[in-house]
Design a protein around this ligand. Structure first.
Ligand code: OXD
Ligand code: MN
Length: 597
């Protein structure tokens, strides 16, 4: 039971509204974990996996229509619509409260209401924030216990303070008709109802650590980003830290846990985070990052010993699987697993499945939830209250065409422009069509808690506070040939690109100027040990001014949707790019005519 008066008052208020049968405080203890698991096994919320082979592992099957973030049901409730920006759905705060209060009314009758104090970020750190989630889902409690520093540790840190994010969640009736995820930045609160899915229901993650935190960051002078954090140590060198923003399901977890290829002996990679980074300027003029989370909520399909050996090892114990298939020996299976498809299995919805089935065995957005400390590559710096200094930042996306493997921005301002113009083909992490190209600035389109153009202005402002800012790069592991085959091997081989990036940050590494930024010269990437043809490399690095002329137009239309909020510096960078593209097109026309004459 909490001593904190503000907390007790809020819990009481919610109890009266939602009328649960009982209220249970989460202390974060192993004993409480065990008894919650036992209850979930009885209710069917969890299915026990093979405990000999995979101790502490369980399977959860969600409702069939509750399998991904529902962006169209997610709202930012600021007094003025403009503050939320065209990047967010908006509801007036009073309307949202009325609408959702009606849905919470009596919603926990017959259920237990859990109160989960949690901390985002390392203990005793100026980066960290306290939240409290009230929920009627045991699955949410268990996941929050993995994904955050939950229970006593957070209550102790909170003390008697009223400064905590109030996160209210109820499964409601799980109907998408009555599903809403509403953020109230001015009140430091989130209300979510009608979904048990990760990003909609584990409110410390996207809701607090990105949407509300980005808003707080704007006020307090820091950044909350959809970024992995990794440490890279070249042979005989110092560890350098890199962050990377990639849209959901574009390989952040794989990159964060990268295993260096055998042909790059002596390189070492350590993991700090795979999804979210909080970044603050340090006294030395560098940018420092922490991972606010304590676990990994990763996409399962495609995870294998080949693509991510560290993750595969890590998810053999103490892991909650959501929506994967079950084999006859009670072990999980999914598309892209190392083992071949089983002759028979139970699919993610609990139906019999065979390789002849037309449906997938595991849902494409099936997930694992695992404590970060179980990862073999976890960095000793994960709990460092001061964070780690960032040398380079990557903006990456899934693009089959146009965007080269890697290029470097010319300055912080140009780097912010590269982030602002990021676009990517959609994935199964959110409901909606997969594979459609959409703008996703800084991979934050679904997560920026305020007007995206004001957020670019904030990025520019943070850059001014840094005398030694990270260098900014754009990457694209996903370029394909004419037959749709990936040109770049990806996964561990991405270290080759990182090696060039670190060389560039050290003022070395060879690059050529192109219309969009600086790409590696043909010999600059370390390709020893991989089989990549000259034409494939040329295609990977190609910057085609004609294709970029089209992109420039698309960018302009996108910026127009933000009207006067777009910072002048972004317009300047856009004009510069347009001019360069135009000059290059003119000179290649001339070149073409010369040859043709
Ligand atoms: C996630 C997401 O779950 O981005 O991390 O959807
Ligand atoms: Mn994410």
């Amino acid at each position: 039971m909490a001593e904190n008066e503000a907390l007790r008052g809020w819990v009481d208020e919610v109890r009266k509204l939602a009328t649960p049968d009982q209220v249970v405080y989460c202390d974060g203890s192993p004993g409480q974990w065990d008894s919650l698991v036992k209850e979930c096994l009885l209710t069917g919320e969890l299915i026990e996996l093979n405990q000999q082979k995979m101790p502490g592992c369980y399977l959860h099957r969600s409702a069939a229509h509750d399998v991904a973030r529902t962006e169209h049901l997610t709202f930012v409730c600021t007094p003025e619509k403009e503050a939320a920006g065209p990047n967010n759905n908006w509801m007036a705060p009073a309307d949202a409260r009325t609408k959702l209060a009606a849905l919470y009314q009596g919603a926990m009758k017959g259920r237990t209401m859990y109160v989960i104090p949690f901390m985002m970020g390392p203990p005793n750190s100026r980066f960290s924030k306290i939240g409290v989630e009230i929920t009627d889902s045991k699955y949410v409690v268990l996941n929050m216990m993995i994904m955050t520093r939950a229970g006593k540790i957070a209550l102790d840190q909170l003390g008697t303070s009223n400064d905590f994010t109030r996160c209210l969640h109820s499964l409601g009736d799980l109907s998408p008709e009555r599903r809403f995820i509403c953020h109230f930045p001015a009140d430091n609160a989130v209300w979510s109802v009608g979904s048990g899915y990760g990003g909609n229901a584990l409110l410390g993650k996207k809701c607090l650590a990105l949407r509300l935190a980005s808003y707080l960051g704007q006020k307090e002078g820091w950044l909350a980003e959809h970024m992995l954090i990794l440490g890279v140590q070249p042979p005989g060198g110092e560890v350098q830290y890199i962050t990377g923003a990639f849209p959901s399901a574009c390989g952040k977890t794989n990159l964060a846990m990268l295993v260096p290829p055998p042909s790059m002996p002596g390189w070492k990679v350590t993991t700090i985070g795979d999804d979210i980074a909080w970044l603050r300027p340090g006294d030395d003029g560098r940018l420092y990052a922490v991972n606010p989370e304590a676990g990994f909520f990763g996409v399962v399909p495609g995870t294998s010993r080949k693509t991510n050996p560290n993750a595969m090892e890590m998810i053999q114990t103490n892991t909650i699987y959501t929506n994967v298939a079950l084999r006859p020996d009670n072990t999980p299976w999914w598309e892209g697993h190392d083992d071949p498809p089983p002759a028979k299995a139970i699919d993610w919805q609990g139906r019999p499945w065979t390789p002849a089935s037309t449906d997938k065995a595991a849902h494409p957005n099936s997930r694992f939830t695992t404590p970060a400390k179980q990862c073999a590559s976890i960095s000793p710096e994960i709990d460092n209250p001061n964070g780690v200094p960032i040398t380079a930042m990557l903006f990456g996306a899934r693009r089959q065409r146009v965007v080269p493997l890697v290029y470097q921005s010319r300055s912080w301002q140009h780097g912010v422009f590269l982030g602002a113009t990021l676009s990517s083909e959609t994935t199964a992490a959110a409901t909606g069509k997969v594979g459609v190209l959409r703008r996703d600035p800084m991979a934050m389109l679904p997560f920026a808690g305020y007007n995206m153009a004001d957020y670019w202005a904030h990025w520019l402002k943070v850059g001014k506070a840094l005398s030694d800012p990270p260098r900014i790069f754009r990457t694209n592991w996903f370029r394909t040939d004419e037959n749709g085959k990936y040109l770049w091997p990806g996964f561990g081989e991405n270290l080759r690109v990182i090696k060039w990036i670190l060389e560039r940050c050290a003022g070395k590494g060879s690059a050529m100027d192109t219309v969009i930024g600086e790409t590696p010269t043909p010999g600059a990437l370390d390709l020893k040990g991989i089989d990549l043809s000259g034409p494939a490399l040329a295609k990977l690095l190609l910057v085609d001014p004609a294709e970029w002329a089209e992109a420039v137009q698309g960018q302009e239309q996108f910026f127009e949707t933000f009207g006067l909020h777009v910072p002048e510096a972004i317009h300047t960078e856009h004009k510069r790019l347009a001019q360069r593209v135009q000059d290059a097109s003119a000179s290649s026309d001339l070149h073409g005519r010369d040859h043709g004459a």
